[in-house]
Design a protein around this ligand. Structure first.
Ligand code: TEU
Ligand code: CA
Length: 468
């Protein structure tokens, strides 16, 4: 298969490179840094969303799937990026957030204006203002339902209140989303990442969850395989590189998502190995990683996927996770050793390795000490929730320092100069102090750096069949 010897590099657009001095990373900034990525040797670039958005969840709240948010650039900038990456042998993968839209999307606005046709694009339920349709919880904290008084209806949002879940049982919704894929195919995009795509199919009848937060009803839901297959075949992307983000999924479902005969996706992300430091499965209850469980999980997934012709995306880091070197290693005295060990572990497994920007430099957690330094909606929500649950401010900050998604979102550390060489302005999120020592400029110049180690691993995979 065409993706088994490839390596994907993830770009968190908002934090990669700022080209126009507003402190926010943008598309021309990525184009400026393509030579660096070519030198690293990666094959595909997964760009996190830069579509029109109110940016309540940094672009995972899309208001228009085929328009570019002005903060990130223009359509011409996207065309230029695709062309310039292509010249350097790299393909672009765009991030399709199809489980929900922003409440600013015109479909939702028309639903709010009372149009029944568009209300059926979402999951609205009649009800009294004090009685949400179910007791399900949002993954960002609080109820998963929001009441709209003038409609006397509730709508479902598994994430932020500004991210309304789409109704995939409506064939018009599925057609709209296929058109989005066709649009980006025509632009020359070579692959797609699908955000929380195993949550798209909700049961016909929604009921209270007396055992959990509701996820058991909609995770790998009733029609998910059927809808994915239809989307991929009708949009004609069965020969593209595709990766689905699978939240709380199972091995059996992941085999089915990725076995080539099913014609669903090329590969999947699962997160079980990134919960081995969650106490009782709770992200906000910290404990040291259980390395025994980590090894068992890797074995189970490696062997289980291989036995049934499934294919994994293998990774430690993304924009939702703390930095692996801080989390599973020692980010001071043994930073280099830790970063290289973690790289070896991922890159010598069966699957397609994903590198998250800065991982190839051994970038660390942010080490913030004040709530004012955080930006992520989930972190800010949970800070309040932790205080409500009786934690002291210091305890809550200590938890955020380990668990916040902002740890992975600090600006790419390009140089030891002001603002880490990311921007001429103060960045939207502060880089950790250590950028003076940990940065791309010094890593490229040093043959023993983490950067050169990643470069070797990438080359090794492309020429060594046994590694794949
Ligand atoms: O994330 C899905 C997801 O469930 C998480 O990884 C989430 O951050 C975690 O469960 C919270 O504890 C995807 C995107 O990667 C993330 O950035 C978006 O915020 C989310 O979907 C909603 O689109
Ligand atoms: Ca900018």
């Amino acid at each position: 298969m065409h993706f088994q010897n490839k390596v994907v590099y993830q770009i968190y657009t908002k934090s990669f490179m700022d080209s126009n001095g507003d402190g926010i990373g943008d598309i021309p900034g990525v184009t400026q840094r393509l030579d660096y990525l070519q030198e690293l040797g990666v094959d595909y670039l997964w760009m996190t969303p830069f579509f029109k958005s109110p940016l309540k969840d940094n672009g995972y709240d899309v208001a228009d799937y085929t328009a570019i948010d002005p903060v990130f650039g223009t359509m011409e900038d996207v065309d230029e990026l695709i062309a310039q990456a292509g010249k350097r042998g790299m393909g672009l993968m765009f991030d399709m957030v199809f489980n929900h839209t922003s409440t600013e999307h015109r479909w939702f606005q028309r639903a709010l204006a009372g149009e029944r046709e568009y209300q059926d694009y979402y999951i609205f339920r009649d009800g009294a203002p004090d009685a949400p349709p179910t007791n399900w919880e949002s993954k960002f904290g609080g109820s998963a339902w929001e009441y709209v008084p003038h409609l006397k209806k509730w709508y479902l949002h598994l994430f932020d209140v500004s991210q309304a879940d789409l109704n995939w049982d409506n064939s018009k919704v599925r057609e709209e989303l296929k058109n989005v894929l066709r649009f980006w195919k025509r632009k020359g995009v070579k692959g797609f990442r699908f955000d929380v795509v195993n949550l798209i199919s909700k049961p016909a009848v929604l009921e209270d969850d007396h055992e959990g937060d509701g996820r058991r009803f909609y995770t790998d839901g009733p029609h998910v395989h059927e809808y994915l297959h239809e989307l991929v075949m009708d949009a004609g992307i069965d020969n593209y590189i595709t990766v689905g983000e699978m939240s709380s999924t199972s091995l059996d479902n992941c085999v089915r998502y990725t076995n080539p005969e099913e014609k669903e996706l090329s590969m999947v992300f699962n997160f079980h190995h990134l919960k081995v430091d969650y106490k009782d499965g709770d992200k906000w209850a910290v404990m040291p990683p259980d390395f025994g469980v980590l090894k068992e999980l890797f074995c189970t997934w490696q062997e289980g996927m291989q036995a049934h012709q499934g294919w994994n995306a293998v990774f430690w880091c993304n924009h939702d996770q703390p930095r692996a070197v801080s989390r599973f290693g020692d980010d001071e005295r043994y930073r280099l050793e830790s970063a290289k060990m973690l790289a070896t572990c991922i890159h010598l497994m069966r699957g397609t390795p994903y590198i998250f920007q800065g991982e190839e430099l051994g970038m660390t957690n942010a080490h913030y000490t004040a709530i004012s330094q955080y930006r992520d909606v989930e972190s800010l929500n949970y800070y309040k929730i932790l205080l409500e649950r009786g934690k002291t401010k210091q305890e809550a900050l200590d938890i955020l320092a380990q668990r916040s998604r902002d740890n992975g979102r600090t600006p790419m550390q390009w140089t030891g100069e002001a603002n880490a060489g990311f921007s001429t302005a103060v960045p939207w999120l502060a880089p950790p102090e250590n950028y003076k020592a940990i940065n791309a400029q010094s890593a490229v110049a040093d043959g023993q750096s983490v950067f050169h180690f990643y470069q070797k691993l990438i080359r090794l995979r492309s020429v060594t069949a046994a590694l794949r």
